[in-house]
Design a protein around this ligand. Structure first.
Ligand code: EPU
Length: 429
């Protein structure tokens, strides 16, 4: 079992290069099942969620060639089965994208109900509604989702009941080879939605409107192979910017798309940090103590829920009282109990956290309960005085490539240590 040991209290400074976007990669890789021929994907993040999806593809019969650390070549022509191995599918939420791609390719799909971070009930009814609207029957049998449409999917008009990243992407994937036109209304607009559309279009799909709330997909007969480079990770970049702000440092994130970060940098600016943008970089400097603001998480272009724990750490150290409202999930404040053990003053009532800023945090042993909560505890440890030990870092490894060398590169005193496996209370990510 790996733990991170952090000697905190030092302002971070320097440059950090941002990797490819996790939530784009974990959709694009399953979508490659639709492609005939070799598909070369660049800027793939080297994280455990991606490694698991590549393992699933390989187990199903795809040829996966690692060209280098961030580039893979995939040939999915050898996939013969429309079922994803259950024990693998259950480990990762993004396995649900195989429902869309296998249904699109084979007219059937069988995938275990997805796991994922525990933020309360996370249904996939909108994915199912979309597949049914395209003509599939969908049943849940023994914990598996079984979708079937032997006569072939037919395009249709789908209005999502709520803005869902996963449902938007999954319906897009399924509809690419369907007959005729599919329209998704109330679609999510995240940068990774646009990235998936760009990937599919570069392989021959006909998708328009991605990045707006109406996406149109005109079915094509086939997708051919090609090359595609994944966008930089908005949340990874935001995490380093928040770490810079929380430690009173000055950090530049390189290889980013600054407009994807506007919702995050806007909040840091409101809190008194100085932000400057280059063509593909953003710098945050926090020379003075941050001050309070209020944050409400929302679908893009709102403030991302996946940055909520990290900005809460900034607020925990800011002057004044800020209110954080979680607008996406029912239960995404569990990590605040750990933060309070470090001296933070956070009171949670349902989907609202009232954060009374304190002058400083004290290091102690804390446990990550999910990916972004884990990242937030690392930031708290970097800002705190004394030593912080973060346990259950496997959650963090799901989504942050090279987090230790990257933080060390900007001056952090953080080390990964191996300890014997002990009992762990955490559930599968
Ligand atoms: N929802 C439904 N029904 C559905 C789908 C969603 O009720 O069929 C609800 C969810 O329960 C949630 C809200 O709608 O309350 C939004 O869920 P969404 O579908 O947008 O989220 P997701 O696709 O399950 C992805 C990311 C999450 C990120 C969210 C929101 C992946 C694999 N996961 O999840 O990423 O929080 O979008 O942006 O792409 C993370 O990276 O740490 C992470 C949790």
């Amino acid at each position: 079992m790996t733990q991170y040991v952090i000697h905190g209290g030092k302002p971070l400074s320097g440059h950090v290069a941002i990797s490819g976007a996790k939530n784009a990669a974990v959709a694009i890789l399953p979508a490659a099942v639709l492609v005939e021929g070799v598909c070369r994907l660049e800027n793939i993040p080297n994280i455990s969620d991606v490694i698991l999806i590549l393992d699933i593809l390989e187990r199903m019969g795809a040829r996966v060639r690692r060209v280098n650390r961030s580039t893979v070549e995939l040939d999915c022509s050898g996939i013969r089965s429309a079922a994803v191995p259950e024990e693998m599918a259950r480990k990762i939420r993004a396995s649900y994208y195989f429902l869309g791609s296998l249904l699109g390719r084979f007219g059937k799909a069988e995938v275990a109900m997805p796991g994922g971070c525990d933020f309360g009930f996370r249904p996939i009814d909108q994915h199912i509604k979309g597949f049914e609207s395209l003509g599939a029957t969908v049943d849940i049998v023994g914990g598996n989702v079984i979708a079937d449409c032997q006569s072939g999917l037919v395009g249709s008009h789908i209005c999502l009941d709520m803005v869902s990243v996963g449902a938007t992407m999954n319906i897009m994937i399924a509809a690419v080879l369907a007959e005729g036109l599919t329209v998704i209304e109330n679609a999510a607009k995240e940068p990774h939605i646009v990235d998936l559309a760009n990937f599919l279009n570069s392989m021959g799909a006909a998708i328009s409107g991605a990045g707006t709330d109406v996406i149109k997909i005109r079915g094509v007969r086939r997708l051919k192979g090609g090359s595609y480079s994944i966008i930089p990770d908005q949340i990874e970049a935001g995490t380093y910017l928040a770490a810079a702000a929380a430690t009173g440092g000055c950090v530049t994130v390189d290889n980013v798309i600054p407009r994807h970060l506007a919702c995050i940098t806007g909040k840091l600016r409101e809190m008194g940090a100085e932000i400057s943008e280059g063509d593909d970089s953003v710098t945050v400097c926090a020379a003075k103590r941050l001050h309070k603001t209020n944050v409400k998480t929302m679908p893009y272009p709102g403030f991302p829920t996946d940055m909520q724990p990290q900005i809460t750490v900034c607020l925990a150290l800011a002057a004044g009282t800020g209110v954080v409202t979680e607008g996406v999930y029912d239960n995404r404040f569990r990590y605040t109990a750990e933060l309070c053990r470090m001296g933070a003053d956070v009171q949670v009532d349902g989907k609202v956290a009232v954060v009374n800023g304190v002058e400083k945090l004290q290091g102690c042993t804390v446990k990550a309960c999910d990916l972004r909560a884990g990242a937030a505890l690392v930031i708290a440890g970097l800002a705190a005085s004394g030593t912080t030990v973060v346990e259950d870092v496997r959650y963090i490894q799901r989504g942050y490539e090279d987090i230790i060398p990257k933080f060390r590169g900007i001056g952090a005193d953080i080390t990964a240590i191996e300890v014997p496996d002990g009992p762990t209370a955490a559930a599968a990510g």
